[in-house]
Design a protein around this ligand. Structure first.
Ligand code: CTP
Length: 408
């Protein structure tokens, strides 16, 4: 259990802070909500008190004997300010201490995550952008806002990200520190495939696999939080699109191939985390296959699908990084890493993220453990942890290679 301070500033998205608070308490954390006085115009203190089970104060004049303006910040493991308005970002960047939340920000030794939400013009204004840059330079994590419908009929960057996405990224910072989400992928475009392809047999049946898409989603979320422009080619994943990420839905291996080959040329890194079916039924019946009918098959002949990763490696442009995934099990011939090294050489990619799936671990689970193999033989172990923390470790392995590749 960690002690989280949830700062809420006065924007209409304050009503969504209740959902974030719920996600934190359900994960077992002790949450102290510190709204600004203007946040209470949107959501009453009683809501935050009931959901957190803790008292709620906004000014430095309550519980003076407990010196709350110092103690709350000093004892926190993480401060998340969500939503962070333009005004709150400005006051935090200036080091003001004119309410309990800004005083708490000045006394917190722990990592701080800001979740800006505001109107597009306010977000894009140079004053706000400079305040964000100042806060990032001082070590805070400032998430980019989602792009989408705002309070009124208009749409653009400034929307509050979905609370489960924020909670997942907050968990990365809790477990690995603010340094796990640096703004180091700014100006980079990355394309990630996720999920599992489905190869149709007839209009209602398919050959599929058990990939949930969760690791690919975490990779997309973390890359976006680290400043990248992200395209997520998603094969049969039901999850809501992560904030700021462009999702291209696909079904079959062939559709995934077409989407990846179209998106890859304009990108700095290509990550193939999707489980692509190696085979598809040789023919697809135009009508449902019925028992006892003349068309009832007694076997299903399969043909090979193209290897998308190998094709991406073949069309890789100079400086571009291609990352593959491998789900491996050890056998009588070799252990997991030996198989993985052979696969890395066979596929020709720059990095291979290796999952040990002996015994069916991983599929659909929230946690994972991987080894990142590099073409030069280096192996980096990322221990068991939430999929977003694994994703942060994978980007840590990719980012230096990207920067090296684009250096003059
Ligand atoms: N992959 C792909 N196209 C395919 C099959 C796999 O692009 N038709 C990609 C996956 O997205 C992953 C990597 O290749 O990044 C490794 O996939 P895996 O299924 O483990 O490799 P295979 O080539 O199928 O090897 P094998 O079946 O021999 O283990």
């Amino acid at each position: 259990m960690s002690r989280i301070v949830l700062g809420v500033s006065g924007g209409v998205a304050a009503y969504k802070a209740g959902l974030l608070l719920r996600a934190f308490t359900e994960a077992g954390h002790d949450v102290r909500v510190v709204p600004t006085p203007s946040a209470l115009h949107f959501v009453g203190a009683a809501t935050f008190e009931a959901l957190s089970g803790n008292p709620v104060t906004t000014d430095v004049w309550s519980d003076v004997d407990e010196v709350a303006h110092v103690r709350i910040g000093q004892t926190a493991d993480l401060v998340v300010v969500a939503p962070a308005t333009a005004d709150l970002l400005a006051r935090a960047a200036a080091g003001r201490a004119d309410d309990l939340l800004t005083a708490t920000l000045l006394t917190a030794h722990c990592p701080v995550v800001f979740v800006p939400a505001m109107h597009t013009e306010m977000w894009l204004h140079p004053a706000t952008q400079e305040n964000v840059a100042t806060l990032r330079r001082r070590g805070a994590v400032v998430l980019p806002p989602a792009i989408g419908r705002l309070t009124g009929p208009d749409s653009g960057p400034g929307r509050f990200p979905e609370p489960p996405d924020i909670a997942a990224l907050a968990a990365v910072v809790l477990s690995a520190g603010a340094g796990a989400l640096p703004h180091d992928l700014s100006g980079r475009r990355v394309v990630i495939s996720a999920g599992g392809t489905r190869e149709p047999l007839d209009p209602v049946r398919y050959l599929g696999n058990r990939s949930s898409g969760k690791q690919g989603w975490a990779l997309a979320r973390v890359a976006a939080a680290r400043g990248a422009e992200v395209v997520l080619v998603a094969a049969n994943v039901e999850l809501p699109a992560p904030f700021g990420v462009q999702v291209v839905p696909v079904g079959t291996a062939e559709e995934l191939r077409t989407a990846m080959l179209a998106e890859a040329p304009g990108s700095d890194a290509v990550v193939m985390s999707a489980a692509v079916a190696d085979f598809r039924p040789a023919t697809v019946a135009g009508a449902k296959l019925k028992k006892g009918s003349a068309g009832e098959p007694d076997s299903v002949p399969l043909v090979r699908n193209p290897d998308v990763l190998v094709e991406l490696v073949a069309q890789r442009r100079p400086g571009q990084l291609v990352v593959g995934f491998a789900a491996e099990t050890g056998d009588d011939e070799a252990d997991v890493l030996t198989h993985a090294r052979a696969k890395l050489a066979r596929k020709g990619c720059d990095l291979l993220v290796v999952n040990d799936v002996s015994g069916g671990q991983v599929f659909g689970r929230a946690e994972n453990a991987v080894v990142v193999l590099a073409a030069d033989g280096a192996a980096t172990e990322i221990p068991l942890g939430p999929k977003d923390t694994i994703a942060a470790g994978i980007w840590d392995a990719i980012a230096p290679q990207l920067h090296r590749a684009t250096q003059p």
